[in-house]
Design a protein around this ligand. Structure first.
Ligand code: GRF
Length: 214
């Protein structure tokens, strides 16, 4: 049994990485404002790799520190080094991928061991990669959902923190299914972050185990 999560006694500083609309980021910001993350976490910086990402505009409107590192056309390692330096400058404890549509370099992952989280809109290990909700729908799954996991060097693969399952309804199409999964994502991510920043967990192989408070 290994114990990566030393108990945190200060407010955890989150670095949010996003590429798109940023609804998960906004749900996390709301939980910090008045929900399950209040007093546990703060957003230190929001970093986008796409100039016109609506999530970046939303972060600016909220008055949060933001940074833009356009990744298109750049070498992965060079781009990631800029992002890592920015996260370090902002003294980020936990990196939160919130619709960040870019694979991370091994160097970046190694720089934040067990400190990068991702949310994926499927019940992993099923349906990794893009359009996971459509993949689940077209496969004919009767249950779908989302997964919050630590990020390792493989795609949508690291240790699972929590999953939320919902039924696929006969009336669903891929779009309505994705929308209902997104509703789950918006509470699941904050809950997973709260668990991680508590430090009350350990790993047993690939299993994430919660440690009861003494
Ligand atoms: C979400 O479905 C998330 O699971 C996936 O990318 C999407 C991001 O949506 N990783 P948003 O930008 O947070 O609205």
């Amino acid at each position: 049994m290994s114990r990566p999560g030393a108990a945190q006694h200060r407010v955890a500083r989150l670095g949010i990485l996003l590429s798109g609309r940023g609804s998960n980021f906004l749900a996390i910001a709301k939980s910090i404002e008045s929900g399950s993350l209040k007093g546990l976490a703060d957003i230190a910086v929001v970093i986008a790799n796409v100039e016109d990402a609506p999530g970046l505009a939303a972060a600016r409107e909220l008055g949060l520190p933001t940074a833009l590192f356009v990744s298109k056309g750049r070498k992965r390692a060079e781009h990631d080094a800029d992002v890592a330096a920015c996260l370090s400058e902002h003294e980020v404890d936990l990196v939160i991928l919130a619709g960040y549509m870019r694979l991370l370099s091994p160097e970046f992952i190694a720089a934040f061991p067990n400190r990068i989280l991702n949310i994926h809109p499927s019940l992993l290990p099923a349906f990794t990669g893009l359009d996971a909700q459509t993949q689940a729908f077209e496969y004919g799954c009767t249950v779908a959902g989302c997964t919050v996991h630590f990020v390792d060097e493989h795609l949508d693969h690291g240790v699972i923190i929590l999953q939320r399952a919902i039924p696929v309804l006969e009336t669903d199409d891929a779009h309505s299914l994705a929308e209902r999964i997104l509703v789950e994502e918006h509470t699941a991510y904050a809950e997973a972050i709260a668990r991680v920043v508590s430090g009350q967990y350990c790993f047993e192989g690939r299993r994430y185990l919660r440690i009861a408070e003494a």
